[in-house]
Write a protein that binds this ligand. Structure first.
Ligand SMILES: *Cc1c(COP(=O)(O)O)cnc(C)c1O
Length: 286
């Protein structure tokens, strides 16, 4: 039986002048501390995929992603840790970068595929007769991924929970976890993609008063950064000791602080922000 331990991810109170001046309390769930390369939610999402692969006696994991994918790196590191061979199909022309180099160090095989061919990547993998392999969907989501995410949630007493939203699997798992634990509190998803409003349809199965999607904090679009965002990362790190990545968590916390200014919260409210890591993305940009 494969044993996947519960990750170390404590909840820490965060002291920020702006939060205290508004009479609020902010806490961060440090999923980023669980592992430097199997970043927060990616570990949670991989758990049941790895167990399934193990139960099927699959020896190899095959997955997909872009050249800076936290999920691909997490699969490489988790594959090495739990004794699977790993292969990733990477979208786009062959490139080198620190994330992909780390993947190779963890023993992952990389196959580059142009954007056109990438659209049919699953069909291509099926023709390759990968012996005994388990396919993990792009981003690690799906039912098994969301099941792992729901385990992040314990019996909590917060008025608001915040997370960043890429594919939305993390937010879905969080909503399910909050319902299972019978926690009150509004779950806020900060969407980091531009023009992603159609995503609303995927959340219609949840009670509308449980969650809210925020579409105005993408800062120009997925993986787009600005001098202002980098400045925010510096100020946040120097004031709290917590480092945020520029693709997801800095946008989420910048949005949260912006919403304090806009009067979104009521005095006395307790807010929990989930930090899902992604720091290798930031470090590879420095
Ligand atoms: C992948 C990732 C997200 C987005 O998660 P989704 O489930 O795709 O919405 C958020 N933060 C970090 C650090 C990530 O690596």
């Amino acid at each position: 039986m494969l044993h996947i331990e519960e990750p170390f991810a404590p909840i820490e109170p965060i002291q920020l002048k702006k939060i205290e001046a508004a009479g609020l309390q902010l806490f961060i769930k440090r999923e980023d501390l669980s592992n430097p390369f199997i970043s927060g939610n990616k570990w949670r999402k991989l758990k049941y995929h790895l167990l399934e692969a193990h139960n099927n006696r699959n020896v190899e994991l095959v997955t997909f992603g872009g050249a800076y994918s936290n999920h691909v790196l997490a699969t490489a590191a988790a594959g090495a840790k739990y004794k699977f061979k790993t292969t990733a199909i990477i979208r786009g022309e062959e490139v080198q970068n620190p994330i992909l180099n780390l993947c190779k160090i963890f023993g992952m095989k990389l196959i580059f595929m142009n954007r056109e061919a990438y659209k049919n990547k699953e069909a291509w993998v099926a023709t390759q007769h990968y012996n005994n392999c388990y396919i993990i969907p792009e981003g690690g989501g799906g039912v098994l991924g969301e099941k792992g995410i729901a385990e992040m949630v314990q019996k909590w007493d917060y008025d608001h929970v915040f997370c960043s939203v890429g594919t939305g699997s993390t937010l879905k798992g969080l909503i399910n976890g909050m319902v299972q634990q019978q926690n009150q509190g509004l779950i806020n998803g900060i969407v980091v993609l531009k023009g992603a409003e159609e995503m609303r349809n995927e959340f219609k199965c949840f009670l509308p008063n449980r969650y809210r999607l925020h579409f105005n904090y993408h800062e120009g679009g997925y993986a787009k950064t600005s001098a202002e965002l980098i400045q925010f990362i510096k100020e946040f790190a120097s004031e709290t000791g917590v480092l945020l990545d520029q693709v997801y968590e800095a946008k989420m916390l910048k949005a949260l602080i912006n919403m304090v200014d806009k009067g979104y919260f009521k005095k006395g409210e307790r807010i929990l922000a989930i930090h899902n890591g992604g720091l290798s993305g930031l470090l590879s940009q420095l």
